[in-house]
Design a protein around this ligand. Structure first.
Ligand code: C5P
Length: 216
């Protein structure tokens, strides 16, 4: 079984999918985290695509979901916290716009979902990666709400980033993600739209859990 949640940055996809997975004891796959791990290599390659692709070929990206947390690894080393840095957030959409990077990440995801029941979140899962997903959601929320959520997460981590910086980063990523030629952010025709601007987190989780439970 594969259930997907797509939508723009900060709409609540990841946290909701993670909670649903924990509730229903299924696996969670955070596709954005995989693009973020690739972005570490891009930064390491001084943002030069040829060197970056050489590094990507030689590296191993791995991950697992445990105790309600998605753990990501680069060459066996955990990078789950590092991939959330503002520096990675600033470059990730540029990296994710590249079709070769998308093919690489898509292969990783398609392979892993063969082996278990999954709920995954991303931008193009319902349209491009898993067009035949068992259930598709598209989560949206207004920019102000999304920026405030991400800002709170940053503050909780002790970051000194400002609300304005977070908002600009989200707006910029939305723009790049929705306008790239390779599998842009787009609602699948058969996806259920969930606007979380006025919804509590618990309500989001309950709504999606109920729909997924009907499948199990
Ligand atoms: O989900 P998150 O905000 O961590 O994703 C980081 C970035 O990865 C997005 O802004 C987008 O550029 C890219 N992404 C993507 N396709 C996906 C998931 C994420 O292009 N399926």
């Amino acid at each position: 079984m594969i259930v997907v949640i797509d939508g723009p940055a900060g709409s609540g996809k990841s946290s909701t999918a993670r909670a649903v997975a924990a509730n229903l004891q299924i696996q969670f796959l955070d596709s954005g985290a995989l693009y973020r791990v690739a972005t570490l290599l891009y930064i390491d390659a001084q943002q030069e695509f040829t060197t970056f692709f050489d590094k990507l070929k030689e590296s191993e990206i791995s991950f697992y979901f445990k105790n309600e947390k998605f753990h990501a690894f680069l060459d066996g080393q955990e990078v789950s916290d590092e991939i959330r840095s503002m520096k990675v957030s600033q470059h990730v959409s540029e990296v994710a716009s590249n079709p070769k990077v998308r093919a690489y990440v898509n292969d990783l995801m398609r392979e892993v979902v063969k082996h278990d029941a999954y709920i995954a979140d991303g931008r193009d899962l319902g349209t491009a990666v898993f067009p035949d997903a068992d259930l598709k959601f598209f989560m949206v929320a207004d920019l102000e709400t999304r920026a405030r959520r991400r800002f709170k997460e940053e503050k909780d981590k002790g970051s000194n980033v400002t609300l304005e910086e977070v908002k600009q980063n989200i707006a910029q990523r939305d723009q790049t993600d929705a306008n790239r030629s390779s599998d842009p952010l787009r609602k699948a025709d058969d996806a259920i739209e969930v606007d979380t601007s006025e919804m509590s987190f618990d309500d989001q989780v309950a709504f999606i859990s109920k729909k997924v439970e009907e499948l199990i």
